[in-house]
Design a protein around this ligand. Structure first.
Ligand code: NAD
Length: 289
């Protein structure tokens, strides 16, 4: 069994506790046992789980893993502290707000001999799985992914990082990318922002990523992918999966803890995550220069 703690009781932290209390039967997630949660607030028990201090979580021998579910700006410090204490870490995306920090944390995890896992539930949705099937085997000419959503709370960071899930979709669909241009429109008075990044596939096919946020904007992803054979303008509708996306991620993390994931798969994931963070950083630099 692996004892675990959840850090940060927001939406994601609450779901992590729920899923560990009722793991998918027969899955490696049954090996996780939630021992407590950590919060900067003083809270009552959550779903029957008690609050413990960060120091206690880091020193207890029956706690082997931590879920970092706080706002993005604080991920790096929590991840580093738990790795330092020899604990496995599952961090909600994005792991850090810079490529360099993520690369360092990965080296540190390796040095400590523990698992570092970044959650990517956007790859586990039925919508994405259908889209990936549709795209497979087609030759891209050019494409756009336009995301809209409401305003994020403070601490979620620059849009290329808070929106890393969209970048991850593009990389999973079309392979490694490079950034050719990026701009940011912002109106602090109305809390509106629009990031536009111009990307290129390794075959020099252009992709545009737009990340637009503002009060009242619906959460939506619009696509326009032009292939040699057809154009996709809609994410193929897919029925909800039988297993929730956070539960699927919990199963992936626990499978890693149980040594059930091959080194090749771990390496493939690490390469993708670091590549996406590198793209996010380049986009930020171009927007701010
Ligand atoms: P959230 O805003 O619900 O919580 C974020 C942080 O704010 C947590 O540390 C929480 O303890 C704190 N918080 C929440 N309510 C508070 C309050 N009333 N007073 C003081 N502090 C409070 O954010 P979230 O959606 O849980 O996101 C956490 C992390 O998970 C982020 O890194 C995000 O990118 C990631 N994530 C979330 C989802 C999701 O569906 N919610 C999906 C993928 C990744």
């Amino acid at each position: 069994m692996f004892g675990a703690v959840v850090v940060g009781i927001g939406t994601a932290g609450w779901v992590r506790i729920r899923d560990m209390l009722a793991p998918l039967p027969g899955s490696p997630a049954e090996k996780l046992n939630v021992k407590g949660f950590i919060s900067r607030r003083s809270l009552d028990t959550q779903q029957g789980v008690s609050q413990i201090s960060l120091e206690e979580a880091m020193s207890r021998e029956d706690i082997h893993a931590a879920f970092i579910c706080t706002e993005n700006a604080s991920h790096e410090d929590y991840v580093r502290s738990f790795l330092q204490s020899g604990k496995h870490v599952c961090v909600e995306y994005p792991m850090t707000m810079s490529y360099k920090a993520a690369a360092e944390l990965w080296d540190f995890a390796q040095e400590k001999g523990v698992i570092l896992h970044e959650e990517h539930i956007e790859l586990l949705t039925e919508d994405f799985k259908e889209l990936k099937k549709e795209v497979e085997g087609k030759i891209l000419q050019e494409g756009t992914l336009h995301f809209t959503g409401g305003v994020l709370k403070p601490g979620f960071g620059f849009q290329a990082f808070s929106g890393i899930a969209r970048l991850t979709w593009l990389v999973e669909l079309f392979g490694e990318l490079s950034v050719t241009a990026a701009t940011m429109e912002e109106d602090s008075g109305t809390n509106y922002s629009k990031l536009t990044a111009k990307l290129l596939t390794s075959d020099n096919r252009p992709l545009t990523w737009v990340e637009e946020r503002g009060p009242g904007l619906p959460r939506a992803k619009n696509i326009n992918f032009q292939f040699d054979s057809c154009t996709l303008t809609q994410i193929p509708p897919a029925p909800r999966g039988a297993v929730g996306i956070f539960m699927q991620d919990l199963i992936q993390f626990s499978a890693k803890l149980a040594g059930q994931v091959s080194p090749e798969e771990l390496q493939r994931e690490k390469t993708r995550i670091l590549h996406c963070l590198q793209l996010a950083e380049r986009i930020q630099q171009l927007c701010q220069s």
